[in-house]
Write a protein that binds this ligand. Sequence first.
Ligand code: MN
Length: 286
Amino acid sequence: MKLGLFGGGRLGVLEPEGVYDVTALAPSGLGGPLAALIASGYPLEAEAVRAQPRIAAADVRWEAPLPRPGKIIGAPANYFEHVDEMPDSATIVEWGVFLKAGTSVTGPDTVVRLPYRDRRTDHEGELAVVIGAGGRDIPREEALDHVYGYTGILDITVRSSEDRSTRKSFDTFSPLGPWVVTADEVGDAGDLGLRLTVNGVVRQESTTAKLIYGIPELIAYASSVMTLEPGDVIATGTPAGVGPIVDGDAVELEIDRIGSLRVTVSDCAAIPYADRPGPGTAARRQ
Ligand code: MN
């Protein structure tokens, strides 16, 4: 089943014949109806879905399926081919995982806003895992039982000296979507093709079969550090081909059996890096 948000936070199920507005079937709760549905642990029954109002898919403008995840866990340097293009040869085995702010999420067909005029900002196209049942110290062998579904994420990143959690947490830096595909519909996510284009030109093309920490290892490792909760998102890492995005670019991430996530890029609010608040007034070592 493909579940997403539209129309200002309504819950929709995409089927070949259209989109069913299943908002009435979802519990209310923090983080929107999909997050609340995931937290409830109850699946939607196909029969109940088809009894709801139906809209033509062409009339639906999808929003981020999980607009405010409790956690976005990132996997740095999780494809060897991406490690090879970076200045540091360390991998996720050395780095562990990192966190992005939940407020960095934006939806399909929105605008990624570049913060700095004179600092490179990169696209990172990634498969995102959405956690269903939470847990701590989840064994690798049971990890996939904790997956609700999958979606796409762009882990937008400023290349500068700050910590990852800073460089990746600007508002609009986590486009998510276009919808969440439940784990049963995706099947084996261990060999999903993904490709990212900028203005129609392929920049990244790989498969999740090349992940260093696969999905079970990511869940086992992350849950050994922090309790995973329903609706948490794990960005599984980006393959080779990471590159800069600039004002006016159109970025599209396509993942097999999931769909396409498109955004555009704007620098209309960008400032010089040297003008960012802080450094001008920060205490200097005497
Ligand atoms: Mn990344």
